[in-house]
Design a protein around this ligand. Structure first.
Ligand code: ZN
Length: 348
């Protein structure tokens, strides 16, 4: 059993993308059947079963519902729940297979209209599902850990309050409305741009997150990357001084080069920032396809882009394991709460 524990410990230290690779390697024969209940029970409650409310370990079976679904009771907080409680499928009337079909649409980059027609759901439901799935993945993405040679650079997106006006009675524009998403009032790195620090390592694992408004700062870089870039990793950046503090804290081997410099040779190895530049280009292209992404959802679209960039996304086992991860994860926001998030999720 101790070997199993070792495997679980190692597994827990893997990044989200590494977990997917891990699964695709070991479990080509695993598929999630229609019997999602037993799949959820097995993965969420067997062994180290925990209460979805208090995370207490004293969970016992507690009879079945009329529809045959197993009920559980927590002996610590005395609340009862079923295997799918607090998962992406709870409080939804659609069957699991519709959700799975929708996830496939997302991997195929279908539009909301195409996905809603294919899955026979409304466009607004399709939008809510999109962000329920991406919110769930964002929790998993937070476990990313970059080792090896890491390239980092920041990119910028215009602030957009799209989608904040309709449903909210207390939202007021923090600035004058634009005619279009692209004509930001002040030129340069004004407070109307969101700075997104991005990093990608030599295995292709990436991590990016909206950081702050306007120009990059040392605090922002440290906040975003301190827990994400492994100590002693090699970090390649342009000449930006904001990386110096992070490099000192994590004892990184910092290699800084002029933005137009292609590679630097050190101890027989070549280092560059082409990989992170290519990442920016892909991300910009992806975001442009939505004709303006509301800043409050920007982080989610970054995660979606990362998901599509993986080499494995077209394989059946990748899909199956991704779906398993999503099904088993705890969700933090239900449908009606999806739009209720800060319109500006970054520091000023
Ligand atoms: Zn409990």
């Amino acid at each position: 059993m101790s070997e199993l524990k070792d495997v679980i410990t190692s597994y827990n230290s893997l990044s989200f993308s590494d977990r997917i690779v891990f699964y695709t390697t070991i479990s080509n024969d695993i598929t999630i059947s229609d019997d999602t209940q037993s799949f959820l029970i097995e993965t969420r409650f067997e062994g180290e079963g925990y209460c979805i409310y208090c995370e207490g370990k004293h969970v016992v079976k507690n009879g079945k519902r009329k529809d045959g679904i197993q009920r559980f009771l927590c002996r610590d907080c005395h609340r009862s729940f079923i295997a799918s409680s607090d998962s992406i499928t709870s409080r939804t009337r659609k069957s699991i297979s519709v959700w799975a079909a929708y996830l496939k649409c997302m991997l195929d980059q279908k539009t909301l209209k195409q996905s809603s027609e294919e899955c026979r759901i409304s466009v607004s439901t399709a939008f809510t599902w999109r962000h329920k799935i991406l919110d769930t993945l964002s929790e998993l993405t937070e476990k990313t850990y970059l080792t090896g040679v890491v390239e980092a650079d920041e990119t910028f997106f215009n602030v957009s309050f799209k989608g904040n006006h309709k449903r909210s009675h207390d939202f007021s524009m923090p600035r004058m409305a634009h005619k279009r998403g692209n004509d930001v009032h002040a030129k340069g790195l004004s407070a109307e741009k969101v700075c997104v620090p991005c990093a990608v390592n030599d295995s292709g694992i990436s991590y990016a997150k909206p950081g702050k408004l306007g120009k990059i700062s040392s605090d922002c870089i440290t906040d975003i990357f301190e827990e994400k870039i492994a100590p002693h990793a090699v970090l390649c950046t342009d000449k930006e001084r904001a990386y110096l503090n992070l490099a000192g804290l994590n004892e990184l081997h910092l290699i800084q080069m002029d933005a137009d410099c292609r590679t630097i040779s050190k101890e027989g190895k070549n280092y560059g920032i082409q990989r992170i530049n290519a990442y920016h280009n892909r991300l910009k292209h992806f975001i442009r396809g939505f004709h303006g992404v509301s800043t409050k959802y920007l982080g989610n679209y970054i995660i979606w882009n990362d998901l599509l960039s993986g080499n494995h996304r077209n394989t059946e086992s990748f899909f199956s394991q991704l779906w398993g991860q999503i099904l088993c994860a705890r969700i933090t926001r239900y449908g009606q709460d999806i739009p209720r998030r800060p319109s500006l999720p970054v520091a000023a």
